[in-house]
Design a protein around this ligand. Sequence first.
Ligand SMILES: Cc1ncc(COP(=O)(O)O)c(C=O)c1O
Length: 420
Amino acid sequence: MYKTGLDFAKELDQNDELASYRSQFHIPKDTHGNDIIYLCGNSLGLQPKTTKSYINQELEDWAHLGVEGHTEAKNPWLPYHEFLTDSMAKVVGAKPIEVITMNTLTANLHFMMVSFYKPTAQRYKIVIEADAFPSDKYAVESQLRHHGFDDKAGLILWKPRKGEELYHYEDLENILEQHGDEIALIMIGNTNYYTGQFFDMKRITALGHKHGCMVGFDCAHGAGNVQLNLNDSGADFAVWCTYKYLNSGPGSLAGAFVHERHAHDKTLNRFTGWWSHNKQTRFNMRHEFDQLPGAEGWQLSNPPILSLAAIRASLDIFNEVGMEKLQAKSRKLTGYFEFLLKQLGEDTIRIITPENPEERGCQLSIQVKNADKALFDKLTASGVISDWREPDVIRCAPVPLYNSYQDVYNMVERLKKILN
Ligand SMILES: Cc1ncc(COP(=O)(O)O)c(C=O)c1O
């Protein structure tokens, strides 16, 4: 049971076995040199203190070795992405053959759709959530157009019910019952960016497959936040970024998952480049293409090593802690946050994120009455970094790796002052 009061927050921090990880991150400071209350890991994660040395290692090797670094660097660049594979697979609950770090999120979504959106004249529609992240919506609309379909007629929106924000699986089931044989692809944000609702990917995948659809997920808000179990979900593909909960820096490379049942399928459409070609013979520079198996076979280009180095620094921390412990702390921390917000007894704000811990990650979306953005601006001025999402939500994500119970306590105290 949670209690109010600073002493209780301190007690929780003292008993937190992950508390020491906070000191492994750079926490932004205010003008007085105090730690800012950073609750924005859902947008851009904080920098691990080790990131610089991981990147510096590659800068040093480049300085001293030039092109030879591809094979002679301490961490040779040719196979560098492989150094991330096991840790990345653990973070998203996949097998190593199913994951790859490459490109950026929206680019990966397109590359996955090249393979897994296979429309025919009868079956060409795509289902997404009504308030999917705009980039996802733009991407699927452009795929429809690219294949010669009307992007309005081809898009089916899974909508929350009138006056609600959260989605009901029964409504998705109804869509599939009515239109199942017209739908080629279901593409859902596995943790909704706006509400923080975390979807049961196994259930959605089973539903889609029952109706003959391909199923993919955008896990931007899930990777490093919740245990995803991608392999077990059975999803055909998934994509995610690494700059949010995976703390790898602005615009850093993204991840992609392709289920192992597709690993050796050479009949799938795909866009290819020399990095999709057999590693053993890549540099023979022969013109006959020899497909790499697994998710690696979706790479096109040699990847940016400096970005991979930053991701590696972060994944090494995740590897040490493990998603299980992170999720356990996350549930406690977010539960505490929810408890304190409810204690405010305010009708100016309302949490729209599901109450059930199994249906959310660490983010709480706080809806502000009358869409009063001034509240968010005052919160920011008070030293709390969160983000505002139109039309009326403040997203706050206490991240278990670096946020403390006192961060959460202090945030709610400042909010209370503003509301009063
Ligand atoms: C859910 C979701 N999808 C897609 C994107 C777009 O990401 P990118 O710019 O890396 O392609 C974002 C970015 O924040 C996102 O949150």
